[in-house]
Each structure stands twice: as C-alpha cells, then as structure tokens.
Design a protein around this ligand. Structure first.
Ligand code: HEM
Ligand code: HEM
Length: 178
C-alpha cells in the first residue's frame, strides 16, 4: 500500500488519519454531551480531562493531515456533476474547518476559564488567553454552535459516502478504505 496519495487512491497516512479522526470524533461528541450533563463531581472533572486531551489530539491529527494533503496530490473527483463536486468540496472544507474550530474554541474556553489543559497527564499546554469571562462565554458559544453544525454535516457526509457505495456503486468509499 502506497504512502503517497495518487489520482486514484488515498495513501495510507491519509486513510489512517481520516479513520482515526472519525473514531475520535465519535467518542468526543457523546463524551462532551455526557460530561456536560453531569453534576459537579470528580468524575465530571476526570471526563473533561479526557475530553480536552482527546480534543487536542484531534487538533494535532488534523494539522498533520492538512500538511500532508498540501504536500502531495489528492485523488481526482470521480465522474460526477459539477454541483455534486462543489457540494462534496464544500462539505469537506466545512468538516476540516469545524474540526479545527472545535479544539481551538475548547482551548480558548479552558484558558479563559483559567483551567490548565494537561495533555493526557503528560505535559501542560500553554494558555492562549488570560482569565476572561466574556471570552470564555464567546468561546463556549462557538464550541456549542460548531458541535451542532458538525453533527448535521456528518450526517450528510456519511449519507453521501453510503449512497456512493450502495447506490452509485463507485469507488469513493473503497478508495478511502484500506
Ligand atoms: C462512518 C463515518 C465516515 C465515512 C463512511 C466517511 C467516508 C469518507 C470518504 C469515502 C471520503 C473520501 C471522499 C473522496 O475520496 O472523494 C471521506 C473524506 C473526508 N472525510 Fe470522511 N467519513 C466518515 C467520517 C468522517 C468524520 C467523523 C470526519 C471528520 C469530522 C470526516 C472528514 C472527512 C474529510 C475532511 C474528508 C475529505 C478528505 C480530503 O479531501 O482531504 N469523515 N470520508
Ligand atoms: C473536535 C474536538 C471536539 C469536539 C467534537 C467537542 C465536542 C464537545 C461537546 C459535544 C460538548 C458538549 C456540548 C457543549 O457544551 O458544547 C463539549 C463541551 C466542552 N468542551 Fe469540547 N469538543 C472538542 C474539543 C475540545 C477541546 C480541545 C477542549 C479543551 C481543550 C474542549 C473543552 C470543552 C469544554 C470545557 C466543554 C464544556 C462546555 C460547557 O461548560 O458547557 N473541547 N465539547
């Protein structure tokens, strides 16, 4: 299996990063909602510790993935109408944007709340702002709105992937798989 992306196939690093991110997102969203609902407790703090670390891991992965994407080629669009290709590009750009904005707003929210981010209890991340109530509320708002947009775009994204595979029977899902 080739490491480099080609005109026909995603290379294994892109595939690995796509599916690892997908797995982490599927853990991160329910974890965020669940921890959010809990009463103040040691469990809540512990779960948010995991939520922050996983979120920063997603940020690292997406940064690496975008650098890798810029450095190489990407598979060409399959034979689809212009509007379909535009919609796919829009959905993919939105997904990249959202999985950047989510960890960054989370980081900002934690910094503005004066809460340290301890990456898997290995090292502490620098604060990106001083304590600031207004900024904290703004970052929280951005985080919440982004979560809901992400869920909607993901439903469309997964639906489209399944549609390509089972209805159009083309290579879109296969070329992202191992
Ligand atoms: C069951 C879940 C998922 C399925 C079946 C799936 C399927 C796919 C497929 C088939 C592609 C390749 C499209 C192509 O080659 O033209 C793709 C690309 C992509 N997926 Fe997913 N995906 C899933 C989950 C996710 C999640 C959770 C995210 C991030 C939040 C995500 C973000 C992306 C992005 C950004 C691309 C564009 C890649 C690029 O052009 O660089 N996907 N996905
Ligand atoms: C892609 C990454 C992320 C996803 C999908 C995500 C998702 C969520 C969800 C679903 C919630 C619960 C609903 C809400 O209050 O908005 C939440 C809350 C929260 N997240 Fe994240 N999050 C991510 C990254 C991060 C990061 C990196 C941090 C901090 C470093 C963080 C900090 C928080 C905090 C502090 C809350 C509680 C907000 C409150 O008090 O309501 N998140 N997140």
């Amino acid at each position: 299996m080739s490491a480099k992306n080609s005109e026909q196939q995603w290379g294994w690093p892109s595939k690995l990063m796509h599916w690892l991110t997908a797995l982490l997102i599927f853990i991160q969203i329910p974890l965020g909602f669940y921890a959010h609902e809990l009463e103040r407790s040691p469990l809540k703090l512990e779960l948010f510790g995991w939520h922050r670390s996983l979120g920063i891991l997603i940020l690292m992965l997406v940064t690496l993935r975008l650098l890798w994407r810029i450095a190489g080629t990407v598979p060409t669009s399959i034979d689809a109408s212009l509007i379909q290709r535009r919609l796919a590009n829009l959905a993919h750009s939105l997904l990249y944007g959202l999985i950047l904005v989510l960890p960054l707003s989370g980081w900002l929210m934690s910094s503005a709340a004066n809460r340290p981010i301890n990456f898997f209890w290995l090292f502490e991340l620098p604060a990106i702002s001083g304590p600031n109530e207004t900024l904290k509320a703004l970052a929280k708002e951005i985080h919440e709105i982004s979560v809901f947009i992400l869920i909607v775009v993901l439903v469309v994204h997964i639906g489209a992937a399944l549609h390509h595979h089972f209805k159009f029977r083309d290579s879109v899902l296969k070329r992202m798989w191992f």
